[in-house]
Design a protein around this ligand. Structure first.
Ligand code: SF4
Ligand code: SF4
Length: 429
């Protein structure tokens, strides 16, 4: 098993950049012990169980884009995509004589299919999930289901990370159905791209396994980004607004990318903006800890997750820690310049630069971003429950009497962060 990896010359400890370090034996993570499967089994309490299984969203966009809040499962396209029967590998394999050219090609294909970020990691046993594979369609034969992490890596040495970013302007309406839509619709695109890419690799005659690799490990190893204090991968172009979908493990001959240094490690030591704003106090103000052999900032996923049933009427996904992160900015020249400056600045001098950039960020974006956003039939200037829309004939939920809305200036109406915490603590007990 992978807890002997430190002494195994076949699998030397991988370098994961400056934000994450393997410092001891790593026990492979069992996907069945992650939040969603635990909740599906009712192990996280009644409120979360009911929220996950029995709550149809008031918002029609949420119903078709966020997992498990539909009136009919078949209207949710991610179910259709992910539960489709897995295809077979084409017996006529396309020979690959130039791994560099194939890497260039597969990245171009992924981008053409719609991926915003594509990178390749060299597989390592510690990146693999433990236990039996998570086969979503429940019908496919899986010859590799019983393979050990080491066995999988020997046979399939590469991981393809292909993902999407969600829209910056709509993200400003986080803790609102607008932010939810930006997040969930881009997530659906990610599902479609990965399914298409998986099929493409199989049609070339190579295996493409899903449900095998932990996405965050692959993301830092491949240089998609660094791991922040907020527990999110922070990318040099999009900051924290990228998804971490299920990567592809493959035997297609490729060349791996390297971890990156964009200054997240230095920024997080000083910034703490995500921890200040987290409505459930799930993000640490302290130092990194060693958890399961990995040194990183450890967020409390349980308290983060437990908030959800109590905000269901107004929004679905919190996203506060992604939105407030100074790296999450529109993709403009001044943002590229700031990241370039961090990247090229000698490490001992970075704290000074970080303090200057953080001061600029606080000055122009405030402690927490609150901006009025109008999109489709939604308007964050209106308190949820009074009227969710301003357009005649809209489909968004609103009061039956259509009472006139109180518009809250240019800031928009956002449920106060501490109000979120209070609801959660009081009702959960
Ligand atoms: S999603 Fe919200 S509750 Fe969860 S860690 Fe981020 S800020 Fe905190
Ligand atoms: S908000 Fe600040 S502390 Fe949090 S992840 Fe972003 S840079 Fe790091």
């Amino acid at each position: 098993m992978a807890d002997t990896v430190e002494t195994d010359p076949e699998f030397p400890i991988p370098y994961l950049g400056r934000s994450v370090r393997i410092v001891g034996p790593v026990v492979n993570v069992d996907m069945n012990q992650s939040p969603h499967p635990k909740n599906q089994r009712g192990e996280l309490g009644k409120a979360l169980f009911n929220w996950y299984h029995n709550s149809v969203s008031k918002d029609p966009l949420t119903r078709v884009s966020a997992p498990n809040h539909f009136a009919d499962r078949r209207n949710f396209i991610a179910t259709v995509i992910n539960q489709a029967t897995t295809g077979k590998v084409n017996a006529k394999r396309v020979p690959v004589s130039d791994a560099v050219a194939m890497t260039r090609h597969i990245k171009a294909v992924a981008r053409y299919m719609g991926a915003d970020v594509v990178a390749i990691a060299r597989a390592h046993p510690t990146f693999m999930y433990a236990g039996s594979r998570y086969i979503q369609d429940g019908t496919a034969e899986d010859a590799y289901e019983k393979s050990t992490p080491e066995g999988l890596v020997r046979k399939f040495p590469y991981i393809i990370v292909a993902t999407t970013a969600w829209d910056y302007d709509k993200l400003q309406a986080h803790r609102h159905f607008i932010g939810d839509a930006a997040y969930h619709v881009s997530q659906i695109k990610g599902h479609m791209i990965l399914k298409a890419l998986e099929g493409y690799i199989k049609e070339l005659g190579y295996t493409a396994l899903r449900g095998v690799v932990t996405p965050q490990a692959a993301a830092v190893a491949s240089g998609v980004g660094e791991l922040g204090r907020n527990g999110l991968i922070i990318n040099k172009t999009y900051g924290a607004r990228i998804h971490m979908p299920d990567p592809i493990l493959t035997d297609l001959p490729l060349v791996s990318d390297e971890p990156v240094d964009i200054g997240v490690e230095d920024f997080c030591k000083i910034c703490r903006k995500c921890a200040v704003n987290c409505p459930t106090n799930s993000i640490t103000f302290g130092d990194k800890v060693a958890f399961n052999g990995v040194e990183k900032y450890k967020i409390n996923w349980l308290t983060c997750y437990k908030l959800r049933p109590y905000v269901h009427d107004e929004w679905t996904s919190c996203l506060t820690c992604a939105t407030v992160c100074p790296f999450t900015k529109p993709n403009t020249w001044w943002r590229s310049l700031a990241v370039w400056a961090l990247h090229t600045c000698p490490i001992p001098a970075r704290p000074l630069l970080v303090r200057a950039l953080k001061a600029i960020d606080d000055r122009f974006w405030g402690v927490v971003s609150q901006k009025r956003v109008r999109w489709l039939d939604y308007d964050t200037g209106i308190k949820p429950g009074e009227r969710a829309c301003t357009v005649a004939g809209c489909t968004a939920a609103h009061e039956a009497d259509g009472q006139s809305a109180k518009v809250v200036g240019d800031i928009g109406y956002y449920v106060p962060l501490k109000e979120n915490t209070n609801r959660f603590v009081k009702r959960d007990g």
